[in-house]
Write a protein that binds this ligand. Structure first.
Ligand SMILES: C[C@@]1(CC(=O)O)C2=NC(=C\c3[nH]c(c(CCC(=O)O)c3CC(=O)O)Cc3[nH]c(c(CC(=O)O)c3CCC(=O)O)/C=C3\N/C(=C\2)[C@@H](CCC(=O)O)[C@]3(C)CC(=O)O)/[C@H]1CCC(=O)O
Ligand SMILES: NC(=O)c1ccc[n+]([C@@H]2O[C@H](COP(=O)([O-])OP(=O)(O)OC[C@H]3O[C@@H](n4cnc5c(N)ncnc54)[C@H](O)[C@@H]3O)[C@@H](O)[C@H]2O)c1
Length: 193
């Protein structure tokens, strides 16, 4: 099996993320999280911050910037960590400390040390698709995202909302409900003729 990654969807308003590094990559990862969940709880520790991050901290109440060198205590109370400094040895140290604290970590310059990757994300209302190339080419992931974003109809969200209403109204035991929902949505996978 070429790609053994197991996708999950985190609720970042219920977790606390530590980002170490306030440069381009710290910014990119924080933006990715906030675009998906504006209520993400994110603490960013760095020696210096890009002005875009300072603007983000002003705009999002759950984002905090702390200007200081990384220290072990920064991991306290955190659920996920992104190590995004430009100091390779420091990123490794952060990984060691995170492992010691049982906190899941993404080390931006070392895929082999990552417990998880961020994906390219397609959004259509309630629908969300996360794409990974197994770290082979984030650029291809980004391009595929653009293709799917255009190809998927905006009306998909109406379908989801209608199915949600139907799902709520269906009577019967679980097996009967599953059968009815499969019958109703059969059209989605039938060829167009
Ligand atoms: C998807 C996305 C999500 C996000 O970041 O939110 C993401 N990278 C994005 C963009 C991007 N990153 C890079 C380029 C430059 C061109 C290129 O290299 O392709 C571009 C393109 C651009 O910016 O246009 C460079 C790069 N990336 C990594 C390394 C380190 C290495 O490989 O060693 C280096 C080399 C650094 C160097 O050379 O020094 C590592 C990772 N990047 C990942 C995710 C994970 C694997 C995802 C997967 O499985 O596909 C992984 C493994 C870990 C992680 O970061 O989670 C986001 C697209 C957002 C969107 O959809 O618009
Ligand atoms: N995963 C990805 O998508 C991806 C993409 C490109 C680059 N990278 C890698 O990510 C790393 C970061 O790149 P960048 O462009 O954000 O770098 P950058 O130089 O813009 O930012 C580095 C940040 O690290 C902080 N830092 C340095 N020492 C610190 C310390 N002791 N404590 C706290 N913070 C400290 C600095 O203050 C700064 O905010 C590089 O190693 C690069 O190779 C990853």
């Amino acid at each position: 099996m070429e790609n053994q990654l197991f996708p999950v969807f985190f609720k970042l308003n219920r977790l606390h993320v530590l980002v170490v590094g306030g440069g381009n990559i710290g910014l990119e990862k924080a933006q990715a999280m906030l675009q998906n969940c504006p209520e993400s709880n994110i603490t960013i520790v760095a020696l210096d911050f890009l002005p875009e991050l300072e603007e983000i901290a002003r705009r999002y109440p759950n984002v905090e910037l702390i200007r200081k060198p990384f220290s072990c205590g920064d991991l306290l109370g955190k659920d996920l960590v992104v190590a995004a400094t430009n100091d390779h040895a420091l990123n490794y140290t952060i990984w060691e400390k995170a492992k010691g604290s049982k906190v899941l970590i993404n080390v931006a310059d070392t895929p082999e040390l990552c417990d998880f990757y961020l994906g390219s994300i397609v959004q259509k209302g309630n629908l969300k698709i996360a794409i990974s190339t197994n770290g082979k080419s984030p650029t291809v992931a980004k391009r595929l995202k653009q293709v799917l974003q255009d190809a998927l109809p905006d009306t998909l969200d109406d379908v989801l909302n209608k199915l949600y209403i139907i799902r709520d109204k269906l009577k019967g035991d679980f097996t009967a409900k599953v059968k009815q929902l499969n019958n109703i949505t059969d059209v989605l996978v039938k060829p167009n003729h």
